[in-house]
Design a protein. Structure first.
Lengths: 245, 568
């Protein structure tokens, strides 16, 4: 997958090689929060290098349905459901939120309203009880708030446990889906549970290898037979495709 | 208003699992057939290994007509009937046989004679008093030649258990005698099914690879199964699944006598003053057409078969076509397939690339294969475990209450255990009862303004007792194979919409309690035939499709052989 650059690689090379993806996103989140709280005057507070580098970023993700603050809240939320830790990457690295954002424009459109209300409630409860936006809290503070949500705690404003279940389901969908749908970036979800990937066929010998079978590292739509491209040899080259769009 | 088309011999409404079979004996007899199908054609290119599309988004089941006519459902008249999120069946040439699990069982002989066999062995009082179950008008032996025919025409793999009365070592010892072996050996086993088979043998049970309408080797011009793991609710990417779309329908089209009309939405079956059907009115795009025919075969699954009859009212049939008896919609049941048992094993099972039909079955606790003298139910369940796992559903595995369902502990749990769990599939004897029925919903309508089907039905004591009993047997089996954790689902309640839906147009000799005669033709409208599991009066403890297909072939053959009498 060497040709399939992640957004972090591209953004990183445009800003500063020393910035990790996580730090960078924290920075983006801060900017978003500042925009929300301080109004349009804070636009000028954006770091000059971010603005300058924007033109050099190949756009691979956009907010198709979620607002910027919704996206930050949801990413932080999904990251507590399936955290990054010593065991490996989590929902954040899988870009589960990218999957959800796109799905809300189409197959999950019926859930859009629930996300608006649910994420606003989460954010409002966070600022009321902890004095900060949810995505700026420490992990343990975020977990306290998720506990309040799942237990429908007194004072929790709206859509508690039901919204948690929706987000949990969609976070799993986004983390473990075919990467075509915008999540499971770099197959981090499939690696986590030892799924060796989609393939056209499997032999008894391959199956007996289980987790030790070399991962196929492909999307269903890397298979030429299942794309809208004309069918024929050489119409798609495995591994060069950037998953998601 | 409707434009009248040139007359044909036979119309088949619905080219799915059963309509798609019936067309072949009809064209073989030289009859001109028009197949009206609400969906379109699919090809192997459509069937990508995509869990999101197949299993989360119900593609292609969500495609055209079925989506707007999902039945409403309630347990009994004390509840409001609600419409669920999806229709169990899909539209398309080949219908649900495109993406089903393709388990292709024959019913056991007991399923045809439940009342008389129970009475003989235990006494008539053992048949539940509120059940409307009858013996079928035909026996297993009557249907055997048709089972054999469709197994060979479609391509069914399996290991025979009883050939001409001689018990075979690798098949189901409880099956009825078959005239010859399956055309192909059973699908291959897997490490997991081998583990379960060994455990079953330790318990003294006889495990066997279940039968499937999936090639286990090259059959005709189609390949054997590729075992890529996306068979569940997915069409086959190499046409190894023996759907009617790749078998009987193209075979029938070669004759030039079958005309397939896609995206045709049938509105009504019409009849004359003698009560004989005259043809079918259908909608394509915004055009209403009338297709006259000598005979109509209705093959659109239990809910739509019942619905179209109830919607086809006339002066002769004010309560719906063939329903002056009031029997259309009665004796409905949907199969008790729920109440699974789920197990956790201490090691990986390597189940990522299997398929639901790659399973091992136990029939010791099905039907009347065991002594019920000291039990409080009749019938039983077929125990089934199979190899099938996909990543999203794997990550959504139960936590067995060992860890929370989110956070770092949960992540570590699924990372370790995603390939260590298995859930059983237990199909149980399900009976028809007074108070369980289908009718037209008084409020909910489809996009054209026609009422959808309303299901009023619930499982009764007999089903719930079987469920509890078979869960015990299933836990015993899992424990014998080394499972360390077990979770049991609830025993079941309402009979919601299901692919395994029976009755509504039951087959039987008595016109007062049945809609069709023993050959599947309407008691009241003799040139109307009805195909599908809607004619079946009992479920058995196994999948209905092969039985419905054998019956469809038999009905079509009966029509061809008695053309002058039936077509008038």
């Amino acid at each position: 997958m060497s040709n399939n650059k992640t957004r972090a690689d591209e953004v990183g090379s445009g800003v500063s090689p020393s910035l990790s993806r996580r730090e960078l996103l924290k920075g983006v989140g801060l900017t978003g929060a500042a925009l929300m709280t301080a109004g349009s005057s804070s636009l000028s507070a954006q770091p000059a290098n971010v603005v300058a580098s924007a033109a050099r970023i190949r756009v691979t993700e956009a907010f198709e349905t979620l607002t910027a603050i919704e996206s930050s809240t949801l990413d932080a939320f999904a990251s507590r459901i399936l955290p990054s830790d010593d065991l490996g990457p989590g929902a954040h690295e899988a870009r589960a939120v990218h999957y959800i954002d796109r799905a809300l424009a189409g197959a999950l459109a019926a859930s859009r309203e629930q996300y608006s209300v649910g994420l606003a409630a989460l954010e409002s409860y966070s600022t009321q009880t902890k004095g900060k936006s949810f995505h700026l809290l420490s992990a343990s503070e975020q977990d306290d708030i998720i506990d309040a949500m799942t237990q429908n705690a007194t004072g929790y404003p709206a859509l508690g446990a039901g919204f948690f279940n929706t987000v949990r389901n969609h976070t799993i969908d986004g983390t473990f889906s075919d990467p075509y749908y915008g999540g499971n970036r770099d197959f981090v979800g499939w690696d986590l549970i030892g799924y060796p990937g989609v393939r056209i066929m499997s032999t008894p010998q391959e199956i007996s290898m289980g987790r030790d079978l070399a991962p196929s590292r492909q999307s269903a739509y890397d298979m030429p037979a299942h794309t809208k491209d004309p069918v024929g040899p050489g119409s798609s080259s495995k591994g060069d495709t950037a998953h998601g769009h | 208003m409707a434009t009248e088309l040139p007359r044909t011999d036979v119309i088949v409404i619905g080219l799915g699992a059963v309509g798609g079979v019936a067309v072949l004996p009809l064209v073989n007899a030289g009859l001109n057939v028009i197949g009206l199908e609400a969906g379109g054609w699919f090809s192997t290119r459509d069937f990508a290994p995509d869990e999101v599309r197949n299993n989360l988004r119900d593609w292609p089941q969500q495609v055209p007509k079925a989506k707007s006519e999902i039945p409403t459902s309630r347990a009994n008249i004390n509840f409001a009937a609600n419409q669920g999120g999806g229709h169990p069946m899909m539209n398309g040439v080949g219908g649900t046989s495109l993406h089903y699990w393709a388990q292709s069982w024959r019913l056991n002989p007991w399923d045809f004679k439940t009342v008389s066999e129970t009475t003989n062995r235990y006494g008539a009082h053992r048949v539940p008093a509120d059940s409307t179950v009858e013996d079928w008008p035909i026996s297993y032996e009557d249907l055997e030649p048709y089972y054999d025919r469709v197994e060979y025409v479609l391509g069914v793999s399996g290991n025979a258990g009883n050939i001409d009365g001689k018990i075979q070592p690798r098949g189901n010892p409880f099956e009825g005698p078959r005239s010859r072996a399956y055309p192909m050996p059973g699908l291959r086993s897997s490490g997991f099914t081998d583990l379960m088979s060994e455990a079953a043998k330790h318990l003294g049970w006889q495990p066997f690879q279940g039968p499937a309408a999936i090639n286990s080797e090259v059959y005709g011009d189609r390949p054997g199964c590729f075992y890529h793991g996306f068979c569940d609710r997915g069409g086959c990417h190499v046409a190894a699944k023996s759907s009617t779309a790749v078998t009987t329908i193209p075979e029938a089209m070669k004759s030039g006598l079958l005309k397939v009309v896609t995206h045709a939405r049938v509105l009504k079956i019409l009849n004359d003053a003698d009560g004989r059907v005259t043809g079918v009115e259908y909608l394509v795009g915004n055009q209403v057409l009338f297709q006259p025919a000598d005979v109509v075969l209705l093959a659109s699954h239990t809910y739509e078969n019942t619905r179209l009859l109830l919607l086809s009212t006339s002066r002769e049939f004010p309560a719906g076509l063939g329903n002056n008896s009031g029997q259309v919609g009665q004796h409905y049941l949907s199969h008790h397939q729920g109440a699974p048992v789920t197990a956790l094993f201490p090691r990986n099972l390597n189940n990522w690339y299997g398929l639901p039909a790659q399973g091992v079955a136990i029939d010791e606790w099905a039907d009347d294969n065991f002594d019920h003298s000291n039990l409080n139910f009749i019938g039983g369940g077929n125990l089934w475990v199979h190899t099938d796992r996909k990543p999203i559903s794997a990550a959504k595995m139960t936590t067995f209450d060992l860890v929370p369902n989110w956070g770092a502990k949960w992540k570590a749990f699924i990372s370790e255990n995603a390939d260590r769990t298995n859930s059983s599939y237990i199909q149980k004897t399900t009976l028809p009862y007074r108070g369980n029925y289908l009718d037209l919903d008084p409020q909910v309508k489809d996009k054209l303004g026609f009422p959808v089907i309303r299901i009023t039905a619930e499982h009764r004591e007999n089903e719930l007792r079987i469920a509890a009993f078979t869960q015990d047997r299933m836990e015993e089996w899992y424990r014998a194979a080394g499972a360390t954790q077990i979770i049991r689902a609830g025993l079941g309640g309402a009979m919601g919409p299901s692919t395994h839906a029976y009755g509504g147009t039951r087959m039987g000799d008595d016109p007062a309690s049945n809609v069709t005669d023993r050959f599947g033709f309407s008691h009241e409208s003799p040139n109307l035939g009805i195909l599908g599991s809607s004619v079946m009066g009992t479920s058995g403890a196994r999948n209905p499709t092969l039985t419905a297909q054998a019956l469809a072939w038999r009905t079509a053959e009966h029509l061809a052989e008695n053309w002058d009498t039936i077509a008038g």
